[in-house]
Design a binder for this molecule. Sequence first.
Ligand code: NCD
Length: 313
Amino acid sequence: MKHLISTRDLSRAEAIGLLDTTADMVEVRGRDVKKLPTLRGKTVANVFFEDSTRTRLSFEAAALALSADVSTLTAQGSSVSKGESLKDTLQTLEAMGADYIVLRHSHSGVAATVATSGWTDAHVINAGDGTHEHPTQALLDAFTMRSRLSGATARGAGLDGANVVIVGDIAHSRVARSNVWLLNTLGASVTLAAPKTLLPKDVTEWGVSTSLTLDEALDGDPDVVMTLRIQKERMSSGYFPSESEYSRFWGMTSDRSARLKDTAIVMHPGPMNRGLEIAGDVADSARSTVTEQVRNGVAARMAVLYTLTGVQS
Ligand code: NCD
């Protein structure tokens, strides 16, 4: 594996390998000395053409924890704002010796283009491309599910038989796409719940069930309810009548949370619109894995960088 562009490219063995390596990295993070020397002398360039808080910080923390040198480029404050082309930006990074390029961009398909362009020899990691994919988010989500549902020591296991509901703005969500491909590979069964306007047009080809009400999806007794952010920045017109109506029909409210079985978890990739797709008290409840996802995110990204170096544990 040279690049990580899409969870669709991962075999089951590769996906489980990444989850197991994430477990190793969680252990490293729990030690007194929280670093490994794996990437000493290597440079990780974080190239963020689109806003990010946790993904960018998480990749920085992961690269530093593997002893890499880290440089971060954001569109604002770089020559990108002067209209420099993607090709020129990447060739500049290449000339400066970037070994890994972590790339976020608002256009779907950019990470794959860069990986196959010949502009750079670096390993390319997709940190979110438009509405297409966000593979490291799916890996940290799958790891979080596996640890909560099967225990932190669940080595070698997939998510066979886990019943996962993903609710909300599926159409605009790269998180949903990467999760669906990975969850299918890991053996989970996935139900997407969203108003028709927020379901992707080709959903019948996704290998999932769909539900046109959240309450109906919850009747299926899920182990996991993953709520997604309403992606206002990617919406061109009114996809639902009003925010209060959306949260009434599709929000993870306290009442809905109370209907779940004791062991069920509620996830959200962040950033959250509290009170819209998820109620504040649900986000802060014991069921919520929101901060655990962020914590596991550093370990999952360490696992990806580690695995792409080809070093075996
Ligand atoms: C997600 C993203 O940027 O795709 N956030 C994240 O990476 N933590 C989800 C979102 O923006 O809603």
